[in-house]
Design a protein around this ligand. Structure first.
Ligand code: GLA
Length: 410
């Protein structure tokens, strides 16, 4: 069975696409082209909104934005005009920056306009702009196409307004916070921040150990090829079902459990058995569910620490079983997997992967597997065959190598 691979564009090609589209659309040259990557998380799922640890890498797949700041001579300097190659039928979306507020901007444009809104909320003198967006980050695949869009717009606005935030990591952390506000408040998705931090703060060749409790990071060398290994991403093409409501419900239950335990976040649970015993008394009819959710979060944070220890010790093959343990926890305790994700993981393992798990929010999207370098084609073919046998749509594949964060491209 032939597998379909999702290639990343060369940056020069991505830049040329949006620059040409911008000139055709707006009849002027953009001030520049910026881009930001999607991400895949090695381990640490549903930990970010619990003050925990995660370990994403930036993908070579990026979202490109050609942007031009509106000048006084353009008339209304408060106007934002946006066009996306992915949403061509929507044409140009026009909004006034001063009108942007929760619930006012529909669809994809909320992610872009929301960033300008968040910059303004933080006191930065951001005005109107024209922008054209194009992307090779697979959409709806759990690889953070929305964060890539936000972060590309963020670094573009940072530069055209001379804010200087993208020039250093603490500024990038601040930009990530603004992108999170855009997503949480303007786009209305209560996500936890890993994706925006990955897109803005990763470095090529490294995984980003992000401690969400204090915002600190460590760049962990992640050269799987040097160990004869590869990270295979399987985009199951499964539609996210009920993802918003389910994600918000998981988050709310974690926050409720933390309150019941008297801790700021579940990161602060030091003694899991004691915490579970206490929760059993607090949540009579829901006790079992709450216990399983909390157990996932606490054990997942420990798994991130374990993977970092193995990477530091150059014991990279041993990361595999930890990934598989994470999948079992996400499937059985956190209950965010689905048939396609389970099949992707199971068929990778059956074809000889060293470990694998679903990634991102769940209920569809992608899985990752740690495989020997020479096995990527064979494992992908086996997964594609398993999907065909099950009557499912053909999945698509990426071999993920850690790329650089958001920045100016042309
Ligand atoms: C989504 C969210 C992230 C994170 C993951 C699960 O990708 O955007 O903030 O919570 O789910 O780890």
């Amino acid at each position: 069975m032939t597998a379909t691979w999702i290639e990343a564009w060369a940056p020069a090609d991505g830049a040329a696409r949006v620059r040409d589209a911008f000139e055709a659309r707006f009849g002027a040259a953009p001030d520049g082209v910026w881009s930001a990557p999607g991400r895949v998380n090695v381990i640490g799922e549903h930990t970010d909104y619990n003050g925990g640890l995660c370990l994403p890498i930036a993908l070579p797949h990026r979202t490109y934005v050609a942007l031009r700041r509106r000048r006084a001579t353009d008339g209304q300097d408060d106007v934002i005009r946006l066009a996306s190659a992915q949403e061509a039928s929507a044409g140009v979306v026009t909004v006034r920056l001063s009108d942007v507020a929760p619930g006012t901007v529909p669809g994809w444009a909320a992610y872009a306009a929301g960033v300008a809104w968040a910059l303004r909320q933080a006191g930065h003198p951001v005005g109107g702009f024209d922008a054209v967006v194009d992307s090779c980050v697979p959409y709806g695949a759990g690889l953070s196409s929305s964060a890539a869009l936000e972060c590309a717009v963020a670094v573009a606005l940072d530069e055209v307004h001379d804010l200087g935030l993208a020039a250093h990591d603490s500024g990038r952390a601040a930009l990530a916070d603004m992108c999170i506000r855009a997503e949480n408040e303007i786009a209305g998705a209560p996500t936890g921040g890993m994706d925006q931090s990955a897109s803005l703060r990763c470095t090529a060749g490294h995984a980003l150990l992000l401690d969400v409790r204090d915002g600190s990071t460590r760049h962990i060398p992640f050269d799987l090829a040097a160990h004869g290994l590869a990270l295979l991403v399987v985009d199951t093409r499964a539609e996210h079902q009920l993802v918003d409501g389910q994600y918000a419900a998981r988050r709310a239950m974690c926050e409720q459990a933390a309150r019941a335990l008297g801790v700021a976040t579940l990161r602060d649970v030091a003694d899991l058995p004691a915490a579970l015993a206490r929760l059993a008394g607090e949540f009579a009819d829901q006790a079992d569910v709450v216990a399983r959710r909390v157990r996932h979060v606490v054990t997942e944070i420990a798994r991130v620490e374990e993977v970092v220890r193995l990477l530091d010790a150059d014991q990279v093959e041993q990361v595999g079983p930890v990934l598989t343990a994470a999948h079992v926890s996400l499937r059985d305790d956190y209950e965010v997997s689905c048939r396609e994700l389970d099949l992707a993981v199971d068929s990778c393992l059956a074809a000889g992967a060293l470990g694998g798990r679903m990634v991102g929010g769940g209920f569809g999207g992608s899985a990752v597997a740690l495989v020997r370098s020479g096995d990527t084609g064979r494992v992908a073919a086996a997964v594609a065959a398993a999907f065909a046998d099950a009557g499912l749509a053909a999945p698509a594949f990426v071999v993920a190598t850690p790329a650089e964060a958001a920045g100016r491209t042309a």
